[in-house]
Design a protein around this ligand. Structure first.
Ligand SMILES: [Zn+2]
Ligand SMILES: [Zn+2]
Length: 92
């Protein structure tokens, strides 16, 4: 019997720098309604909507993570060891 202590990965030490305006799961405003079910789903699934503009994002599921791409705000990837990186296009 392996007494393997499962470390809970719920510890999100690194808080996101910017609080999203919109819910990534349902696309609704964060301030309105209850998004607790959404937040629970977002821990398992990648977001579908951009947190800053509520656009639908193109989500790519990778082995061990995902990348969600907003046509306006660039890509956001789920790398827990790295801060959420927003790729800015050199488009002015
Ligand atoms: Zn929601
Ligand atoms: Zn966006």
């Amino acid at each position: 019997m392996n007494a393997e202590a499962q470390e809970a990965q719920e510890t999100h030490a690194a808080a996101k720098s910017a609080t999203p305006t919109y819910c990534g799961q349902c696309g609704g405003p964060i301030d309105e309604g209850t998004h607790e079910p959404c937040a629970a789903r977002l821990e398992l699934e990648p977001p579908r909507y951009c947190g800053q503009c509520a656009r639908r994002m193109v989500v790519q599921v990778l082995p061990g993570g995902w990348i969600a791409h907003c046509s306006r705000h660039g890509s956001v990837s789920d790398h827990q060891s790295h801060p959420p990186r927003v790729t800015r296009t050199s488009d002015m």
